[in-house]
Design a protein around this ligand. Structure first.
Ligand code: ADP
Length: 488
């Protein structure tokens, strides 16, 4: 039961809201403290101004005669009397050494100003400010300073005022702010929750679409929101991934269909041969012939299976290249030599034109297989009297291999498909047709070596395959596992 609750807490929306909430609490607490500080400063300044005025007013009413204070005012004047009474309430008089001469009861309760402080204050000639708390907890602001009597003797006079009213205002501000704070935080979090929900909605849409994507439903795409932000980028990446998956599924499906078709044909033929042997053959010769035909089909079948296996291993990345350094021109000449006998039989001329030596670091067996496939196709699809040329040249860091024939050519409709597995151009005579896997292999070998292949053809005139491969081993990084073959 705890699991779904925990997963909610791990959710992006919750975490975004939480982060926003924490930030908001921090910000509001900081702002509260800041404004409280400013308010306290303003209130304190007000009291200081009043005290400053009062302190100077003391000089008008106080006379110190032989160290004794005497207050002078008109007792008939009610206002004056009140002013002096106020001054006397929090009052302290000390001599130049800080010794108490007189102090009001309130001042005694607050605690006298320390003697060294008095001496220092008199020496500085600056107003002396102090805050003190009474035994009842009431805060007072004290203002002291130098007072000179008629005999030019210096004294220290301090008066004070309660800060109870300021403290009450501050307490009220704090109380009100604390009351409002939860409401601020709650509405901030709610807003954060809504905004976070809006921001991650596309992520949910993405997840929902991803859930619906299956082998049968790969045409699904999430529409881009056009905002160009990270989520749009994610949507683009997701869509292109589904696109790649779709083409890969399509290829697999096609491959399965091709394989079943390729296997069914020889299997049907074998079955036919065996039925002939079983039901119609009478003589030993007839049995023999049926068996030979069946064996030929079995051979073709196993060839297909072998080639398919090899190709799927290659494209699945299980066939690692065994690179060695060799002379491609020499290898090409050798293979061209091997083709002389079948070429003579077909009355096709096969020649090799090459630089004296073309060094390459590559998998020799695979390069030989590539040459074999290209040359056998060229000989196969070139009528008698034609010519096949294999050309090898160095071009900077690359090696260029061309196999050109003056054969029947390939129509523009078919040219883009000749590298597909089992693709055979329709129309070629039955005995000429191979498995339709040769060029798929060629394309894989080129790709695995980090090169490119191009086919140019004109029907009735001939075909030219141009392969460009890096001469060094730096192509290794691109060793292909992808079935998407490179054609340029
Ligand atoms: P196959 O085993 O049928 O030759 P490939 O994959 O080698 O299969 O070739 C695919 C198809 O491309 C062939 O069936 C053929 O129709 C066409 N093709 C290949 N090479 C040539 C060529 N040199 N001239 C004309 N057509 C060619």
């Amino acid at each position: 039961m705890a699991k779904p609750r925990l997963s909610f807490l791990r959710g992006l929306r919750f975490r975004l809201t939480l982060a926003n909430g924490i930030f908001l609490v921090g910000l509001l607490v900081f702002l509260g403290l800041f404004f409280r500080g400013v308010l306290s400063l303003i209130l304190d300044n007000q009291i200081r101004d009043i005290l400053d005025e009062e302190w100077y007013a003391v000089k008008g009413y106080l006379i110190i005669h032989r160290g004794e204070p005497e207050w002078r005012y008109d007792p008939e004047d009610r206002e004056e009397e009140l002013i002096v009474k106020r001054m006397q309430q929090v009052f302290f008089l000390a001599d130049a050494k800080g010794r108490k001469i007189t102090a009001s009861e309130t001042f005694l309760d607050l605690g006298l100003v320390a003697e060294p402080d008095v001496v220092a204050a008199l020496a500085s000639k600056q107003p002396y400010w102090l805050e003190k708390r009474s035994s009842a907890g009431e805060l007072f602001r004290i203002r002291g300073g130098m007072f000179v009597d008629d005999d030019n003797k210096a004294y220290f006079v301090a008066i004070g005022r309660s800060k109870a009213a300021s403290e009450a205002i501050l307490a009220e501000f704090t109380r009100d702010y604390q009351r409002l704070l939860p409401a601020f935080i709650l509405s901030g979090c709610l807003l954060g929750w809504l905004v976070a929900g809006r921001a991650i909605r596309p992520v949910h849409e993405l997840a929902r679409t991803a859930e619906r994507v299956s082998g049968d439903n790969l045409s699904l795409r999430i529409p881009s929101r056009g905002s160009g932000d990270e989520l749009d980028n994610l949507i683009r990446t997701f869509n292109s991934m589904v696109e790649r998956l779709e083409s890969s599924f399509q290829m697999t499906r096609q491959f399965n269909a091709d394989v079943s078709h390729e296997l069914r044909t020889p299997l049907t033929a074998i079955r036919g041969q065996l039925e002939v042997a079983l039901f119609t053959a009478k003589t030993k010769e007839q049995y023999r012939e049926a068996m030979i035909n069946a064996l030929e089909d079995v051979e073709r079948l196993s060839q297909t299976v072998r080639a398919m296996l090899l190709l799927s291993q290659a494209e699945g990345g299980q066939l690692a290249l065994q690179r060695t350094v060799f002379d491609l021109a020499e290898v090409t000449r050798d293979i061209v030599d091997e083709f002389q006998i079948p070429a003579e039989e077909a009355r096709v001329e096969v020649v090799c034109e090459s630089d004296s030596a073309v060094g390459i670091e590559a998998d020799r067996i695979q390069i030989e297989r590539l040459l074999n496939n290209l040359l056998s196709n060229a000989v196969k699809y070139t009528p008698s009297g034609g010519k096949v040329v294999a050309r090898v040249n160095s071009r900077g860091e690359e090696v260029v291999l061309e196999v050109e024939d003056t054969g029947m050519g390939i129509g523009a409709d078919h040219l883009p498909h000749i590298f597909d597995r089992f693709y055979r151009v329709p129309g070629a005579s039955k005995e000429k047709q191979g498995l339709g896997l040769g060029l798929s292999f060629v394309a894989w070998i080129v790709k695995a070596h980090g090169g490119s292949i191009q086919a140019d053809s004109a029907v009735g005139k001939g075909t030219r395959f141009t392969i460009v491969i890096p001469a060094g081993a730096r192509a290794g990084a691109q060793e292909a596992t992808s079935p998407a073959l490179q054609r340029s």
